[in-house]
Design a protein around this ligand. Sequence first.
Ligand code: CA
Length: 228
Amino acid sequence: MPKNSVLLVEDEEDIQTLLIYNLSKAGFVPIAVESGEEGLQSALEKRPDVIVLDLMLPGMDGLSVCRALKSNDKTSDIPIIIASARGEESDIITGLEMGADDYITKPFSPKVLIARIKALLRRSDRQSSEQDSVFRIHELEFEPSRFEVRLAGSDLTLTSNQYRLLYFLSLNAGRVFTRYQIVNAVRGEDYIVTERAIDVQIVGLRKKLGQYSDYIETIRGIGYRFKG
Ligand code: CA
């Protein structure tokens, strides 16, 4: 199996050194740069499999780098994990809404980061292979062509909004979404969904999931995530 490459955009030398060591040990090819400008250039030239992007960078900041990467066709499909200091929820939300795929708060252990990277890579595999066929995750089984879903073998009766919401979150299991992103993803043609309405839908969905209600996790200050 070819080794996956991880582009690290991080200006702190200690963190960079620690991550390079641990990523190599875990079988990845690390590519390390210290500024946003270098990060952009490296992403274009080397097409890494994943990008770990620090938000606080000298010069071009992480959010601007994220925006530039996600708005360029050549790099928009590369998953990004943003790394931010604790307490910067608004930056995390902005980053996710710009298209970042996950986030991690500093300080973090290399082990946790590597688990997140592996989850991201698994997710992109799943999304490319499971569209339109039966999709299973945990005890759920979706049949998207019929808008049907079973839970532990029994039919689950959902409203169309609940179905869309559950299917969207399940297909992206492990990934955190802000309410705003969820609204955009599940919005129906004739139905205006608000961020507040998402919370209500989640309550209803959890009720229907019963003993499996913890499949949907609340990420305090950020949004929701389906258990990966
Ligand atoms: Ca930094």
